[in-house]
Design a protein around this ligand. Structure first.
Ligand code: C5P
Length: 285
C-alpha cells in the first residue's frame, strides 16, 4: 500500500473586504485582498480500490458527504468521469464558521490532491473553476499566498507575496452565518473599492510599510458587530491585549491582529489565553 498523499489546507484572512453592491444573482460584488496563514488543516488522501468515496475527520461532526471536501471529490468524479474512489482523512485545526476559509481550503486541497492521486492532469484554472461552484472562497486557495479577489470572490489575481507577519487570531465561541451577514447588509454599508486600492498601494510601498501602517478594512464588520455582540467584545479584547488595529476576517466571527515582531504577537496571544473563545498564534504563509 502506498503512503497517503498529504496536503496542507491553510487558513486565510481578508486584509481588506470591500462590498461594492448586491448583484442580480443575489451574491454581492466584492473586492478583497486575501492572505493565507501558516495555520492549516491536514488532508490525507489514499486510493480506495472498492471505488468508494469516504471522508473521516478528527472532528466527527464534520465527517461524511456533507463536508465540502467530500463534495469537491464527488464533483471532480462527475466532471471527469473518473470511476475510482478515495479515502480522505481530515485533521481540523481551523475552526468552522469562522471567516478563516477552512472548509473552502479543505475543498481546494481535495481538488489538488485528487488531481494528483487520480492522475487527472487538470490545469489549475480548471480546478479553480470547479472550486468556484463549491463556494466563492475556494478559487483563492489555488493562487495563494496573497491575491486580489473580485467578482463574488471567485475571480483571482495573484499578488506578490507579503513579508512574513505575525498574526494573533481570536474567535468568540459563537460562529457566524455568512448568508445571514450578507443578508443584513444595507446599501449604506457598500463602498467603492477604494479601501482595497489604498491597501494595495500601501503593500507596494518602497521601502515597505510596517503592518501597523497598512490600511486594513472590512465592510462586513459593522453589520457583524451589531448581529453578534460577541464579535464586538472580541475586537475589544484584542485591543485590551495590546493589538493596535484588530479587524474581523471575512464574515467573522474570527478577529485578528498583525504584528511585525514575534514577541509582541506572543504577548497579545498570552494575554488572551483564558479569556474564553479560541486563540491562535500564527503567521502569514
Ligand atoms: O459562495 P458561498 O456559498 O460561500 O456563499 C455563502 C453565502 O454568502 C451565499 O449564499 C450568499 O448568501 C452570501 N454571499 C454573498 N456574496 C458573496 C459571497 C457570499 O452574498 N460574494
Amino acid at each position: 500500500m502506498n503512503n497517503p498523499l498529504i496536503i496542507h489546507a491553510p487558513a486565510k484572512i481578508n486584509l481588506s473586504l470591500d462590498v461594492l453592491g448586491r448583484r442580480p444573482d443575489g451574491y454581492h460584488a466584492l473586492r478583497s485582498v486575501m492572505q493565507t496563514l501558516e495555520l492549516h488543516d491536514t488532508l490525507e488522501l489514499s486510493p480506495d480500490p472498492t471505488g468508494a468515496l469516504t471522508l473521516t475527520c478528527d472532528a466527527p461532526a464534520l465527517a461524511g458527504p456533507a463536508n465540502l471536501a467530500w463534495r469537491a471529490a464527488d464533483l471532480l468524479r462527475q466532471e471527469t468521469g473518473y470511476a475510482g474512489g478515495a479515502r480522505l482523512a481530515l485533521r481540523k485545526r481551523v475552526p468552522v464558521d469562522a471567516g478563516l476559509g477552512g472548509g473552502s481550503s479543505d475543498a481546494a486541497a481535495t481538488l489538488v490532491g485528487l488531481n494528483r492521486l487520480w492522475d487527472l492532469d487538470l490545469a489549475t484554472e480548471r480546478l479553480a473553476e470547479l472550486g468556484a461552484r463549491l463556494g466563492s472562497d475556494v478559487p483563492f486557495f489555488f493562487y495563494a499566498p496573497t491575491a486580489l479577489a473580485t467578482g463574488r470572490g471567485e475571480i483571482i489575481v495573484p499578488l506578490p507575496p507579503l513579508p512574513r507577519v505575525h498574526v494573533v487570531l481570536y474567535k468568540p465561541d459563537s460562529g457566524v452565518s455568512t448568508r445571514q451577514v450578507f443578508a443584513g447588509l444595507t446599501p449604506a454599508l457598500y463602498s467603492d473599492g477604494s479601501q482595497t486600492e489604498a491597501l494595495l498601494a500601501a503593500l507596494r510601498a518602497d521601502p515597505p510599510l510596517p503592518p501597523r501602517a497598512w490600511p486594513l478594512s472590512n465592510d462586513l464588520q459593522r453589520t457583524v458587530r451589531l448581529l453578534y455582540p460577541a464579535v464586538a467584545r472580541a475586537l475589544d479584547a484584542l485591543r485590551d491585549a495590546g493589538a493596535s488595529k484588530p479587524l474581523m476576517t471575512g464574515s467573522g466571527s474570527t478577529c485578528y491582529a498583525l504584528f511585525a515582531h514575534a514577541d509582541d504577537a506572543r504577548q497579545t496571544y498570552e494575554r488572551l489565553s483564558g479569556a474564553g473563545g479560541w486563540t491562535a498564534l500564527t503567521s502569514t504563509a
